[in-house]
Design a protein. Structure first.
Length: 504
């Protein structure tokens, strides 16, 4: 494609972003890593390594962290910085030149990419559909005076394959059952860097590092005192969940190998007292781990080979992969549900808008918009976990303090915000604000799948029609408490006195 050979990633994953040619006399190939923040199982890195090898040029990996992104906070910064530290360590022993940059003031990083691109043969970047990234990438491509290409490392199905937005998980699963198999045979490389024959860069251009200094080890260590100097939200504090590829991989190993994890996923995933889910969503969100790597670990655990896959076309959830029920259930979340969100984000630019709901859901919610509510709370009251419901308050406290919330409780959490807000649109605003601000995995296509599922996306109409909810699926704390094992969870996160919004 560039040098007469096919790209080192499937063509369906590659997008040329501008009309400039590759410059063979450039000084290096530049990979601007901004979504798939990892050095293994990464199609964009595979592609950049091949390009640099063919052109016999050094490869620079630029991983930058701005401070003006939406909801920038100690929590998000810490997680991303820990991932950068891992990437630095992983690339230290290789010929790839890693350039970590962390903005010290809003806008300080402006111009870095454009300047670095000036001496590049080509810029490779990640093709992510999440929130501000498509706009940022398009703007960078229009300013670069060299060829810029984006590579989709988001999921197991290339985003371009579907060609349209799907509105039901069942239809998307049927599509996957017909079209996924050939893509399973083209995973990214587990490691494209070790052993690659790359020229070494003598050093980054001095004027560039003078203006945009390489991040210091102390900053990458993300200690509270170094975060304190940055203009980000310090009220949303760091958590004890460490970010980065190595922690993500440890979690994956524990999940797939320990009896409480994958093997118990079917029976245990809904119960907050049982740690039977993977906990991988923040790592998937920041690209610290690849869904291909997760799939590979599940396949290994199952002793699976491609011949096991069944020629199913019905859209049924079980009996497709030819694995245990627990693993099939897990892969349905990791692949069908996760990639349904990626599919919507890739094909719609109104993913966060109330009007993107299916007609039946919008109509029924609008018809019941003025119904009297049993309780109404403001954003500040929800934020402080100051409702009348101890279970809801515990879930919100978990989110605010740990950056996580159990999946089943996330559904209840959203349904009750809908129930106790003055209108469905107000409820949407509260869910977006709290989830994106506090959740480590927030600001993700999955965030909007989950939040809009609360309001009817990907669901069907349910009876009986109820006040406030109309035909949208209803959930209650009473039923949840009856169905789930929650005692330990409530001991950990529940409290009589949730916050100081209403002093005694
Ligand atoms: C109101 C609401 C808000 C949500 N916000 C987010 C969010 O901000 N970010 C986020 O990643 N997920 C979100 N979800 C979906 C889901 O709750 C989380 O993905 C899941 O709880 C993550 O935990 P885990 O990694 O242990 O999942 P596991 O059960 O171990 O599943 C493995 C992976 O599959 C995917 N997955 C699991 N459940 C779902 C689901 N219901 N929809 C889409 N993908 C899924 C995730 O990538 C997850 O990491 C939300 C759901 C609701 C109802």
């Amino acid at each position: 494609m560039h040098t007469g050979r096919k790209p080192n990633c499937p063509e369906a994953r590659l997008r040329v972003l501008n009309g400039h040619p590759v410059k063979p006399d450039g000084k290096y190939v530049l990979y601007w890593m901004n979504a798939a923040r990892r050095v293994r199982w990464n199609y964009a890195l595979d592609h950049a390594v091949q390009l640099a090898t063919e052109l016999q040029k050094p490869l620079i990996v630029l991983e930058a962290l701005r401070c003006g992104y939406p909801f920038a906070s100690d929590r998000i910064h810490q997680f991303v910085l820990q991932g950068m530290l891992d990437n630095q360590a992983a690339l230290e022993r290789t010929d790839v030149h890693y350039y970590p940059y962390v903005e010290s003031t809003v806008g300080a990083g402006k111009g870095l990419l454009r300047n670095l691109a000036q001496s590049a043969c080509c810029v490779v970047t990640d093709d992510s559909p999440a929130t501000f990234l498509p706009r940022m990438t398009a703007a960078a491509a229009s300013q670069a005076l060299v060829r810029m290409e984006a590579v989709d490392s988001n999921g197991v199905l290339p985003m371009a394959e579907a060609g349209r937005a799907f509105h039901r998980a069942y239809d998307f699963r049927r599509f996957l059952q017909r079209r996924l198999a050939p893509h399973l045979a083209q995973p990214p490389k587990r490691d494209s860097v070790t052993g690659a024959k790359l020229r070494r860069l003598r050093g980054l251009p001095g004027p560039i590092t003078k203006r945009w200094p390489v991040a210091t080890p102390s900053l990458l260590n993300a200690k509270p005192h170094s975060l304190r100097t940055l203009p980000i939200d310090h009220e949303v504090s760091g958590t004890n969940l460490r970010g980065g590829a190595s922690e993500g991989r440890k979690l994956l190993q524990r999940f797939t190998r320990e009896p409480q994890g994958l093997a118990n996923y079917g029976a245990g995933r809904n119960h907050p007292d049982q740690a039977s889910t993977s906990g991988l969503s923040p790592f998937l969100h920041f690209g610290h781990i690849s869904s291909h790597e997760v799939l590979h670990a599940v396949q290994q655990q199952e002793g699976w080979t491609p011949e096991n896959i069944r020629p199913l076309r019905s859209g049924a959830r079980n009996g497709w992969w030819g694995m245990s029920e627990a693993s099939e259930g897990f892969l349905d979340q990791l692949i069908t549900w996760r990639e349904l969100g990626l599919n919507f984000a890739a094909h719609r630019d109104d993913i966060q808008s109330f009007d993107s709901l299916p007609d039946w859901a919008r109509n029924t919610l609008d018809q019941h918009s003025a119904d009297p509510r049993p309780h109404t709370y403001s954003l500040a009251e929800f934020d402080c976990a100051a409702t009348h419901d101890p279970l809801w308050n515990a879930a919100q406290t978990e989110l605010r303090e740990s950056g996580r919330m159990h999946n089943y409780l996330r559904m209840l959490w959203g349904k009750k915000i809908l129930h106790w807000s003055p209108s469905p649109r107000a409820a949407l605003g509260v869910m977006l604000e709290l989830n994106d601000r506090y959740a480590l995995d927030g600001r993700d296509p999955n965030s909007y799948s989950g939040i809009f599922w609360v309001l009817g996306r990907y669901d069907r109409a349910w009876g009986p029609e109820r006040p406030v909810f109309g035909k949208v699926r209803y959930m209650s704390s009473k039923n949840t408490r009856r169905k789930l094992r929650l005692a330990d969870y409530l001991r950990q996160w529940g409290s009589e006195d949730q916050c100081s919004l209403f002093p005694a």
